[in-house]
Ligand binder design. Sequence first.
Ligand SMILES: [Zn+2]
Ligand SMILES: [Zn+2]
Length: 179
Amino acid sequence: MLVLSAGLTDNGTGSDKATGMGELTCPGCGKQLDPQHHGELVCDGQVWCDACRLYDRRLLLPRPFADIVAWGQRLCAAFGLDPVEFQEAEPFPEDPNPYPHALKLLMAEAHHRDRIIVFFPPGLRLATLCHELAHLATGQDHTAGWARMFAEMTAWVKERLPEDTISRGIKVNLLGNQD
Ligand SMILES: [Zn+2]
Ligand SMILES: [Zn+2]
């Protein structure tokens, strides 16, 4: 499950609880990074802190579901993953109690056993795709290994995306970081 917070936050559906503390250090400033607090990470080639790096705008732009699926299939082929099924969630109900706020911010969820990724409307972005695919690729929750895989996938996508006319990255932090 992925809830929008600093762009990319979720609860995951894996059971791996490795903390990864100490295994990840920002290459920009040397700060120790905790992948459990992945809203503070920027997984782009390497795993950076959010003070040193911003996600490329092209990774955060909303895209049609068909584009997300096409990129997902290319990533699976490039990274040698078993096929993954991509699904688009129904639009949110008008009054999605009991967690209306959380539901509105739900982005995607990966079902490890069935290899299905369900995208909610706010999650139709390449960064979300890479986040979830990295869970399936590693079989891990928010670990250092997952973060590195996520970073490799975003780098792969960026190399193949058309250039952005706006070169600056943007920062998405709608909820603040969840400590
Ligand atoms: Zn996740
Ligand atoms: Zn840093």
